[in-house]
Every structure is written in structure tokens, then in C-alpha cells.
Design a binder for this molecule. Structure first.
Ligand SMILES: Cc1cc2nc3c(=O)[nH]c(=O)nc-3n(C[C@H](O)[C@H](O)[C@H](O)COP(=O)(O)OP(=O)(O)OC[C@H]3O[C@@H](n4cnc5c(N)ncnc54)[C@H](O)[C@@H]3O)c2cc1C
Length: 337
């Protein structure tokens, strides 16, 4: 059977994907069948909010904590990751305020090595360029010019933008790209909650019980996990996520003040190893107002698709499904037009 594509083997279209998080990497995998795909990310490594840090001998996931499954499509993907040893079940059910499990039927999967390793695994075989921050996007009648902060430029037939939406809007504004009023309204409606994450290595067991997490009812802590009990750190080390309210209110406070407030609330059994605390401020941690569809194709310009976890479902699963849906629409436009 002939491949359902009008794309010539000699001159394949070029797709530039902005963002090597779950959405961008998922899309890039699917699009390599029909296009030359370049993934650009401003980070030193891949993963975006699938983020893990090493502090001394400790390994700490400080963005997404676990992966859940709510769709058959994503179940198949996670099933492959389990078979390949990329992810493993962490626990089943919902963690309560005291760390006790309240069964809700969903298994929480962790990266077998770390959450970031899930992204690294997805990036294998792709043309991913890290430390490559896009500065502006401009277009003519047929194609896009992607300008990086180092002044280099890439020409693309298609752009897939998976950065948090306010960052994508900024790139378009920088290039004086004119959005239709309905596209501008759709993008400007999307909003995110911030999250301040604290990472700390401990000089002994944290005091948390198996499986190593708590989900308090009240702030300032939204979530706390013991990365050793989780199975990814050889030494005791905790990740503390502040609530959106605390994160907003304390955003500009010093790391010391934030550390003091969060560690006091954590009431850990062990002391923090001197000099081991690190703070990460996630400005766009989780979408609070999402777009109702899994992607948005911008009108009146060469093919430009916005995707990511703000499109049709927050969380790692939503990002993966959005990336897949964006790849499908791009593949179909490239194959049929
Ligand atoms: C603290 C926290 C806890 C979370 N907990 C969970 C959880 O337990 N379970 C769950 O399912 N989800 C969780 N999430 C949400 C989950 O991490 C995200 O939904 C998902 O990882 C988003 O993937 P993405 O590809 O849409 O975006 P991202 O991972 O944000 O990827 C976007 C990428 O774009 C890049 N980028 C941005 N601007 C530019 C530019 N100008 N040039 C080049 N690159 C650029 C960024 O560097 C980034 O790598 C959590 C998130 C946070 C922050």
C-alpha cells in the first residue's frame, strides 16, 4: 500500500518544534515519518517540567512527580514505557494529608531512574538542540523564520510551539506576527498557576512513611515527597511544592525566607544537610485555565500549531496527548495539501 503522503522523499518539509518537554518530544517522534524535525529547547537538557536535579548524592524530581493514565491512548504509551523499564509503578491511589493512601483506582507511575529520564528516553534518535532559546518568530507568505538568541536563524515550513503559552505569545509579538482576534483571545485566555519547589538533602530519614509522599489539606505545602522512599535517590532527600497561593505571595521573597517557611511547615524528622537546599520557581507550573481543544492552529499564516499541557488536559498525559494531536494535524496538512 502506498504511503498516504504527498511529501517527496527528496525535499521533506522542515518542522521546527519549540520545546523538548513531553508535548514537543511526543510530536517530534510522530512527525519524523513525514518531515525533517528539529526540536529546540532553551534548557541545558530536555524534559521541561519533567525535571530532576542532582544535589550531592541525592536525586530529586522537582517538577512533575508522577504520571497517571486516564485514556486508552496514553495507557498504550505508558504500557510500552513499563515494558522498556522507563517507568515503574510508584503507588496506587490518592495520597492523603498524612501520607495514607485513599484508593482511587489510579496507579501513579514514577520514572524508573527519574522523571527527567523519561524525557531523555523519548529524545533518543531525534534532532534535539538544547541551550537553543528562540528569541522571535517571523513569517512570509510560505514559511517561518525562527531566530535564536545567539542570532542564528532557521527557516521552517511549520512551527509547533509547545512552550507555555505566554512565552509563545511573546515570541510571536517579538516578530510582529499579527494574530486573528479569535486566536489572540483563545491564547490570552489560557492561564497557569505558579509553584515554588524546594529541594533539600537530609541527614537521616525524613519521617514520611511508604510510599513517601504527603498531600496536605492546607498550605503552604501542596505536596511533599521523599525521593529515597520513592526509589530514585540513594540518600534521603525531599521535594516540597508550595501551594499556588503561597507561591504567588512569596514569589519575590528571598530563597532563605521561603526555605524557612516551607521547612517549618514540613516538620521533618531529620535535619537538612548544610548548603543542600535549592529553590526552583516554576512560573508556569500547571494550567489553571485550559484551551478546550488539544491544539490550536493559528489562522492566516503558514502552518503554526500551539500545543502543550494547556491544550485539552493538564498533566504529563495531557501534554503527550496534545503533542500527538498536533503531530496528527501537521502530518495530515503536509500529506494532503
Ligand atoms: C511543580 C510541578 C508539579 C507537577 N506535578 C505533576 C504530576 O505529579 N503529574 C503530572 O502529570 N503532571 C505534573 N505537572 C505538570 C507536568 O509537568 C506538565 O503538564 C508537563 O510536563 C508539561 O509538558 P509540556 O511539554 O506541555 O511543557 P514543558 O515541559 O514546560 O515544555 C516546554 C519546553 O519549552 C521550552 N521553551 C520555552 N520557551 C522556549 C524558547 N523561547 N525557546 C526554546 N525553548 C523554549 C522550555 O524550556 C520547556 O522545556 C507538574 C508540574 C510542575 C511544575
Amino acid at each position: 500500500m502506498q504511503r498516504p503522503t504527498a511529501v517527496s522523499e527528496v525535499s521533506r518539509p522542515r518542522v521546527v518544534v519549540i520545546g523538548a518537554g513531553m508535548a514537543g518530544l511526543t510530536a517530534a517522534h510522530l512527525l519524523t515519518a513525514v518531515a525533517d524535525v528539529i526540536v529546540l529547547d532553551k534548557g541545558r537538557g530536555v524534559g521541561g517540567r519533567l525535571a530532576t536535579r542532582r544535589i550531592g548524592d541525592a536525586t530529586l524530581d522537582h517538577g512533575a512527580q508522577f504520571i497517571t493514565i486516564h485514556s486508552a491512548e496514553f495507557a498504550a504509551t505508558v504500557g510500552r514505557w513499563v515494558t522498556d523499564g522507563v517507568v515503574a509503578p510508584w503507588f496506587r491511589g490518592r495520597i492523603g494529608p498524612e501520607g495514607v493512601l485513599d484508593p482511587d483506582g489510579h496507579t501513579r507511575f514514577r520514572g524508573s531512574v527519574s522523571m527527567n529520564a523519561v524525557a531523555k528516553n523519548l529524545a533518543v534518535g531525534l534532532d534535539v538542540r538544547t541551550a537553543s532559546q528562540v528569541a522571535a518568530l517571523t513569517h512570509d507568505a510560505e514559511s517561518w523564520k525562527v531566530t535564536l538568541v545567539d542570532g542564528s536563524e532557521l527557516v521552517a515550513d511549520v512551527v509547533l510551539a509547545t512552550a507555555p503559552v505566554p512565552q509563545t505569545i511573546a515570541l510571536l509579538e517579538k516578530g510582529d506576527v499579527v494574530l486573528t482576534s479569535s486566536d489572540a483571545a483563545a491564547l490570552n485566555t489560557i492561564a497557569y498557576d505558579p509553584c515554588i519547589a524546594l529541594m533539600a538533602v537530609l541527614d537521616g530519614p525524613s519521617g514520611l512513611t511508604e510510599p513517601g509522599a504527603v498531600d496536605p489539606v492546607e498550605g503552604p505545602i501542596d505536596w511533599m515527597a521523599d525521593n529515597q522512599l520513592k526509589g530514585i535517590s540513594s540518600v534521603p532527600a525531599v521535594t516540597i511544592h508550595a501551594t499556588p497561593e503561597f507561591s504567588r505571595a512569596q514569589w519575590d521573597e528571598s530563597d532563605e525566607a521561603i526555605t524557612g517557611a516551607l521547612l517549618a511547615a514540613a516538620r521533618l524528622d531529620a535535619a537538612v544537610v548544610a548548603g543542600s537546599v535549592q529553590i526552583q520557581r516554576w512560573l508556569y507550573a500547571r494550567p489553571s485555565v485550559e484551551h478546550p481543544e488539544r491544539f490550536l492552529r493559528l489562522s492566516d499564516m503558514p502552518l503554526f500549531v500551539c500545543a502543550g499541557d494547556a491544550f485539552g488536559g493538564a498533566k504529563v498525559e495531557g501534554a503527550a496527548l496534545s503533542g500527538a494531536a498536533a503531530a496528527a494535524v501537521i502530518g495530515s496538512v503536509l500529506g494532503l495539501e
